[in-house]
Design a protein around this ligand. Structure first.
Ligand SMILES: Cc1cc2nc3c(=O)[nH]c(=O)nc-3n(C[C@H](O)[C@H](O)[C@H](O)COP(=O)(O)O)c2cc1C
Length: 348
């Protein structure tokens, strides 16, 4: 008779954890481990390096860079809400020339794997950025932030239109070094994220990052006016994790072969594992960094513990695990289910 036992998560074995190989593979892009910073939450890594060695992360995704320097949107442009953060920074940054002169060499000198995030307000601007990055040493991958308004199309956000998203991806893929993987970063603010994902992959994206922030707004109860000068902003943090899980799940179900970098509300190793089980092969930590600058390395340690405790032999074993049919493990206290399963086992 087969006995079915209630599964519990055993205490971590420290020796096994120390040996655990955390490498993860995203198509042709191999990372030493699956935890990275999310774009815009750690600039180009310098500040974080005071707290831990940025080379210890799988990668550092840099703040989205544009062709020209930008001062961003008016203040106030960040606000805390009960379950997440609103920001309307508006892609403040030094522009590509300063980035190539100062930030990219700094990341290379410090041994970090650099994922360079780019943003533009026209297809031509993305194209120019890809051209400038092509000859720059130290670009491990490019992440295309397509959550930007397209000035040539009444400000319609590229990420909200499959054709516009595809045009940007095709241009960047065509202009970039063939050996450098290109990830398209998707917005959750669409009706059908799978159709946008398909358009990006058909246009040449080697992988997808998801999710960017989702639009939100808060009203100040003293002034009774919008909190943010820009009125609306991107919501991030714990509130968006279920949205990220849903998007990753849907895209992985539709295109299981396409590598996904997951982000959205990751604060712990278990949060990271949740995105991996839904289909992500790597996970980025964003908002959590603002109140815990060491969050990425802590998340990495906790993720390793969580993988070991659940018996996963590698990160790849866990990727998309939630899509597999459940094993017949009853819930604790479900005595009838145990009896039923024992009977079923005896008959089998
Ligand atoms: C202050 C701030 C700035 C951000 N800037 C960028 C950016 O420049 N480019 C980008 O692609 N995403 C940007 N994001 C989005 C994050 O990379 C991430 O996709 C999102 O915040 C969800 O992850 P989180 O909940 O862990 O923060 C920014 C987020 C925050 C909070």
């Amino acid at each position: 008779m087969t006995r079915f036992t209630v599964r519990t998560v055993p205490a971590p074995d420290r020796a096994e954890q120390a040996r655990y190989d955390l490498r993860t593979v995203l198509g042709s892009f191999e990372l030493a481990n699956p935890v990275m910073t999310a774009s815009g939450c750690a600039a180009a890594g310098r500040e974080l390096n005071q707290f831990f060695d940025v080379a210890a992360l799988g990668a550092v995704a840099t703040k989205s860079i544009m062709v020209n320097p930008r001062s961003g949107r008016p203040t106030p442009r960040m606000a805390e809400t009960s379950s997440g953060m609103l920001n309307s920074i508006g892609l403040q940054g030094p522009g590509i020339a300063a980035f190539l002169e100062h930030d990219l060499p700094w990341l290379a000198e410090h041994g970090a794997t650099a994922i360079v995030s780019i943003a533009g307000s026209s297809v031509e601007e993305y194209s120019e950025l890809a051209r400038r990055l092509r000859s720059a040493p130290g670009v491990a991958a490019i992440e295309i932030n397509i959550s930007c308004p397209n000035v040539a199309d009444r400000g319609l956000v590229f990420a909200c239109d499959p054709d516009a998203a595809a045009r940007v991806v095709s241009e960047v893929r065509g202009r970039s070094a063939p050996s450098v993987p290109v990830f398209a970063k998707l917005s959750p603010d669409v009706t059908d994220i799978v159709s946008i994902a398909r358009a990006c992959v058909s246009a040449g994206a080697d992988g997808l990052s998801m999710i960017n922030t989702t639009l939100g707004m808060a009203v100040d109860m003293d002034t009774m006016r919008p909190v943010l000068a820009g009125v609306t902003g991107g919501l991030s943090g714990p509130a968006v994790k279920p949205v990220a899980v849903r998007c990753i799940w849907a895209v992985h179900a539709a295109m299981p072969e396409v590598p996904i970098i997951g982000m959205g509300g990751v604060r712990s190793g278990l949060d990271a594992l949740e995105l991996i089980l839904a289909g992500a092969s790597a996970v980025a930590v964003g908002t959590a960094i603002f109140h815990d600058p060491s969050a990425p390395t802590r998340v990495l340690r906790e993720l390793r513990d969580a993988l070991v405790a659940r018996g996963f032999g590698s990160v790849a074993d866990a990727v998309g695990h939630a899509h597999r049919p459940p094993e017949p493990h009853p819930r604790p206290g479900d005595e009838d289910a145990v009896d039923d399963l024992e009977t079923a086992g005896a008959e089998g």
